[in-house]
Design a binder for this molecule. Structure first.
Ligand code: FYN
Ligand code: ADP
Length: 575
């Protein structure tokens, strides 16, 4: 008697395909049709992190992609169909905008019914909807194609300019069976998922020639440089060239912010003054005022300031997107930077001291002014005094991950809290999106194993606050600090109609956010003084217990939209 051949099914083929490619963690939320998949994932040894809302699972996956993408591992988010898929889609679009590799995998309803629009449970043509919002989108209909589907999704996410990928898995796929040996054979371990892309030697030479002639050179490091994990070479390039550098927000820490070549504290001086600017993994988008206008010394808001630009980027079509790029260097940052280093030789002349000296003077003045402000300890706390505590704690724990969102809470943290290591600062990114906080905090803890400090505006926290339960459930070493000033931007706005409702930007006064964490067994701290805040944070880091500190900030302290007030349209008519 011959025994029946061993079978496998869609569920297991899919999980085996992930594991084969080094994907060991799934961020998601169970429900029809993927509930069993989440159980089996756990059974098969994957880490299944279940959230309370798909938006937060999606954000977690996207930042996992930022942290691991250069090693060929994208972040993975798993959701149910239609509404769950749509909830995850904001994060997928955000990941794509930020150039982070993430795969959103959603279960979907019966194709026959969806395509004839006959009204299935959670009916939606998810593939069509995802397509314009991500880098690539695929659907797998047959178990034997799962290997190819997962391989294509991984390659699309992590190769070239990284981005978001959608993978549609209809419910019927999971129960399909096939011969186990054939199934195993159908899986693909992706070879060289992040192939090096070497720059052309003549482009390297063009860059070096331009850089050599510069009197006032400047390097701008963007989050692409952090993403690439070419930390030692990027640092060597900055140090060997002697060129001052500006880190974009998530590039802080590639070199320690205390580095003598950092020009961060002289930002508004160096941008208009520089004559040659080398962008490494940074785009000339709104965060850099599109490379023109008054920020760059142009005479009006659209005028070119006269700088020459070198741009190092993996995407050739990024060049000239806003202003002329005189010396494009297309390739992966690791390869480009090492080619530049090799081409510089051993006698590279440092920039003129008139330039570096002028920056140092400006920078030291600003740092001195900042030190005076930080030394004050007013009651109630303001952003500066509270962040002075955070600054000390991060300095003492440079391994800790820092998550940051808000308006004022974001902008002040960026300029006050120095970072010492690469990829430790995770924030609102290219869109300036609110709601990333708890999703990022969960993934930062899971992926790094390090303590996480999340500095949250009280408004920003609200978008993902329920995930404090997730933080407690997985017992993650996350310390959430809410900068509570009673509202969006601040807590003092008035209802312009004089009616009984509070103004649209105002929250319940004196909210006790710390009790949210206590509700799930974590530690809640009410901190009205810097001493209480310091004690709370130190204890959170020491104990590694989920902690939420409600830091009471002067409700008059914030400004509208933080440092991007100018983006608010002003009324032309005064009523
Ligand atoms: C920076 N600065 C410092 C230091 N670091 N002073 C002293 N010490 C230190 N260490 C100075 C710096 O020179 C600037 O002053 C100022 O602090 C701010 O620096 P920053 O943050 O680098 O520069 P700026 O102008 O805010 O940068 C523009 C930006 C940034 C667009 C890149 O604002 C940004 O990333 N914004 C994101 C905003 C966002 O997404 N918000 C969420 C939505 S909120 P000066 O040189 O004097 O200018 C919805 O409402
Ligand atoms: P920031 O907001 O910090 O200025 P951006 O997100 O605007 O940074 O820019 C990141 C850039 O880095 C993108 O243009 C992207 O194509 C590029 N990039 C990402 N990863 C790599 C890589 N490994 N090599 C080269 N360029 C990269």
């Amino acid at each position: 008697m011959t025994s029946a051949p061993a079978l496998t099914d869609g569920f297991h083929l899919f999980l085996d395909a992930l594991k084969l490619n080094g994907i060991n963690t799934i961020y998601g939320l169970p429900g029809i049709p993927i509930t069993d998949l989440t159980r089996m994932a756990q059974a098969e040894g994957l880490r299944m992190i279940s959230f309370r809302h798909e938006a937060n699972a999606g954000n977690a996956a996207s930042i996992a992609g930022f942290l691991n993408g250069a090693k060929g591992v994208p972040g993975v988010c798993l959701t149910v169909s239609a509404p769950g898929f749509l909830n995850g889609l904001v994060a997928l679009a955000n990941a794509t905008t930020n150039c982070w590799p993430m795969i959103l995998i959603s279960g979907s309803s019966e194709r026959e019914i969806v395509d004839l629009q006959q009204g299935d449970y959670e009916e939606m043509d998810q593939l069509a909807i995802a397509k314009p919002l991500c880098k690539a989108a695929f659907r797998v209909l047959h178990a034997e194609d799962i290997g190819v589907g997962v391989a294509r999704a991984i390659r699309a996410a992590v190769s070239g300019r990284p981005g978001g990928v959608y993978l549609d898995l209809p419910a019927k796929l999971f129960a399909q069976t096939m011969d186990a040996a054939e199934g195993k054979n159908s899986l693909i371990k992706v070879v060289d998922p992040v192939p090096r892309q070497l720059p052309a030697p003549e482009s390297v030479q063009r860059d070096l020639n331009l850089l050599k002639g510069a009197k006032k050179p400047l390097i701008i490091l963007g989050k692409g440089a952090a993403y690439a994990q070419a930390d030692a070479d990027v640092r060597a390039l900055v140090e060997k060239s002697g060129i001052p550098y500006l880190p974009m927000s998530m590039a802080k820490g590639i070199l320690p912010d205390t580095h003598e070549q950092s020009a961060a504290a002289a930002r508004s001086f160096v941008l208009p003054e520089a004559d040659v600017v080398m962008l490494i993994g940074a785009r000339l988008n709104w965060l850099l005022s599109h490379g023109k206008g008054k920020t760059w010394g142009g005479k009006d808001h659209k005028a070119w300031g006269g700088q020459k630009f070198i741009q190092v980027d993996i995407s050739p079509t990024e060049m000239d997107s806003n202003v002329r790029i005189d010396a494009p260097l297309v390739g992966d940052i690791g390869s480009c930077v090492s080619a530049l280093l090799a081409g510089m030789g051993n006698n590279w002349a440092k920039p003129p001291v008139e330039w570096t000296g002028a920056i140092a003077e400006r920078k030291n003045k600003n740092i001195g002014k900042m030190a005076e402000t930080l030394a004050k300890d007013p009651a109630p706390m303001n952003f500066h005094s509270a962040l002075n505590v955070v600054r000390d704690i991060v300095k003492a724990h440079p391994d800790a991950m820092l998550v940051n969102e808000g308006a004022n809470a974001l902008d002040f943290t960026r300029s006050i809290v120095d970072m010492y290591q690469p990829r430790k600062r995770l924030d609102v990114g290219t869109w300036g999106v609110m709601g990333i906080g708890m999703g990022f905090a969960v993934a930062a803890a899971v992926e790094s194993g390090q303590p996480v400090i999340a500095i949250e505006g009280d408004s920003a926290f609200g978008f993902s606050g329920m995930e404090v339960e997730t933080i407690c459930r997985y017992n993650l070493p996350v310390c959430v600090v809410i900068f509570n000033n009673n509202g969006v931007y601040r807590g003092t706005d008035k209802n312009l109609s004089g009616g009984a409702d509070v103004a649209p930007t105002v929250f319940v006064k004196d909210s006790r956010y710390e009790k949210l964490m206590e509700a799930f067994g974590g530690v809640g701290v009410y901190a009205a003084t810097t001493a209480e805040l310091r004690r709370g944070m130190e204890e959170a880091i020491r104990s590694r217990k989920p902690t939420l500190i409600n830091a009471i900030i002067d409700e008059t302290a914030g400004t509208e939209s933080g440092r991007i007030t100018s983006l608010n349209p002003a009324a032309a008519l005064k009523k």
